[in-house]
Design a protein around this ligand. Structure first.
Ligand code: DUC
Ligand code: ZN
Ligand code: ZN
Length: 496
């Protein structure tokens, strides 16, 4: 969907900031930088070059060769990529009575930084009885002073009363919360078609991006009832009761509603080929539809939910992983540009915990298993290994779908998402040849498992640099006070 920006990493000192014009013939004193990253292969969404990256005051000041700096990072043999932006994570989100998400801002962003990310966008969901504005204030307070990456928030719109749609939502969009998610499933969250249209009308008026969770709640409820009557209650039946048509129909309907309301939209966490086809067809009709997919839809299957005992609960997420027949269809969408975004949908619960996957009633019915899997630290290594190393996608496309497009779609570009002069110095250094399996013991999230235990990965981030500061080295957080900030956002690039 996106056209790519011009190449930003260029030749000898071609790009530098703050030098002014020098009309005299006096020799200009070379600029010194706080930090220089030397010798990396620098990759952006639009091109690749070999150059040094000079950082001053947390920004990229110079791209060139022979740069001087107080601190020099030898990055020979490494790849410098824009710091990952994971625009779909859930952190400290209210999850129902007695249920607690495994990550707060400290552990969620620590894990994100250790996976090569510099910005994450979690969702702000009002607690029962809280207004959207109150929820934002409380969520900001939870994040404040606790983050190792930068953060910004999407909203979740679950009420459509006149105050929410007439006052709170417009005011919050004006204040920089320029994207929000609506659900077509989940009791207490699902909106009717009319409600979705009303919300979309606000997005149109205010230039905001609507993100949709597309699954048909009535169809799900019908299938869940049938399954329970037949005694099909184990974690696997979470997958069998959320079959592809449930997602395909809702995807088609969400697109049609957006067409009727006259707004662009983003379909999040697309899991299969038929939903992907709906997006392609919508674009062929000239509609502006963006699409996101996630690692679970190219590496996990519904069979994982059928693992011994209660272990399948570790893989319960929505939409569920499908069969491996769907993987090549999702890969084709990633390769061909159907998918603009590759996000984690990190939604972590602990496994051995009654406040997590082992919630009261979870072993009696899949209905009661909290939905979601951890993945913010493993998103980028999985895509690098399965996508870049296996030659399904280029490094430039990797940069686009893991950082640049997230920044553009959610109003962070050009401050974030690119290695270019003037942008925040948010950079991940990657060792493309480092091979090791994913292991829970090496992860920094709050969950007690990873769905990818033992998954072999080639290509790991070895250093994450946030606004010029190293926050991760060799897979571990660098012990400094949390340095992440809340980032103000503008309107989605696509709407300007
Ligand atoms: N949707 C998400 O986006 N994340 C986790 C659970 C869900 O249903
Ligand atoms: Zn969702
Ligand atoms: Zn999600």
């Amino acid at each position: 969907m996106f056209s790519q920006p011009q190449c930003t990493a260029g030749s000898k000192n071609l790009h530098r900031s703050g030098t002014g014009t020098d009309r005299s013939h006096r020799r200009r004193k070379p600029m010194t930088h706080d930090t220089v990253i030397q010798g990396a292969r620098v990759v952006t969404a639009s091109g690749t070059s070999h150059c040094d990256i000079g950082i001053a005051d947390g920004k990229i000041a110079t791209l060139g060769t022979g740069l001087a700096g107080s601190e020099v990072i030898d990055a020979a043999g490494l790849i410098a990529l824009p710091g990952g932006i994971d625009s779909h994570v859930h952190i400290s989100q209210p999850s129902g009575p007695g249920i607690e998400m495994a990550d707060d801002f400290a552990s969620g962003t620590r894990s994100a930084a250790c996976g090569g990310n510099t910005t994450v966008l979690p969702f702000c969901l009002p607690e029962e009885g809280q207004t959207l504005r109150e929820a934002v204030t409380a969520y900001r307070a939870k994040a404040q002073g606790n983050c190792l990456t930068d953060v910004s928030f999407h909203l979740i719109v679950k009420e459509t009363d006149p105050v929410t749609l007439g006052q709170d939502l417009p005011a919050l969009i004006q204040a920089g919360y320029t994207s929000f998610k609506v659900f077509m499933t989940y009791e207490g969250l699902a909106l009717s078609d009319r409600q979705i249209l009303n919300v979309m009308a606000v997005a149109k008026e205010q230039n905001a991006m609507v993100m949709v969770h597309a699954e048909n709640e009535d169809a799900l409820e019908f299938l869940r009832d049938q399954a329970e009557r037949a005694g099909e209650i184990g974690p696997y039946h979470h997958a069998t009761t959320r079959p592809i048509p449930v997602e395909r129909e809702a995807t088609h309907r969400a697109i049609s509603l957006a067409e009727i309301a006259g707004v662009p939209l983003t379909i999040v966490h697309v899991s299969n080929g038929e939903a992907t086809e709906e997006i392609v067809r919508a674009r062929q009709r000239g509609l502006t539809v963006f699409a996101e997919t996630c690692p679970q839809y190219v590496t996990l299957t519904a069979k994982d939910l059928d693992r011994d005992g209660f272990d399948g609960a570790k893989y319960v997420c929505s939409p569920p992983p499908r069969t491996s027949d769907e993987w090549p269809k999702i890969w084709a969408g990633i390769e061909q540009g159907v998918f603009d975004l590759f996000s984690s949908d990190h939604c972590p619960f602990r496994f051995n915990d009654p406040a997590g996957k082992d919630a009261p009633g979870a072993r009696k019915s899949f209905r009661n298993i909290p939905n979601g899997i951890p993945g913010v630290q493993t998103r980028l290594p999985i895509l690098f290994s399965e996508g870049v190393v296996k030659k399904r996608i280029s490094l430039e496309r990797f940069a686009a779908i893991t950082a640049t497009n997230h920044a553009r779609l959610y109003g962070l570009y050009p401050r974030k998402g690119a290695i270019m002069v003037g942008a925040d110095a948010d950079i991940a250094l990657w060792d493309p040849g480092l091979t090791k399996p994913i292991r829970q013991v090496n992860l920094h999230h709050g969950s007690d498992y990873t769905p990818w235990e033992g998954f072999e990965v080639t290509g790991w981030p070895v250093r994450t640099i946030l606004r010029g500061m190293t926050v991760m080295k060799d897979g571990n957080p660098v012990s400094k006070p949390p340095m992440g900030q809340f980032v103000e956002r503008g309107a989605p690039d696509v709407l300007l």
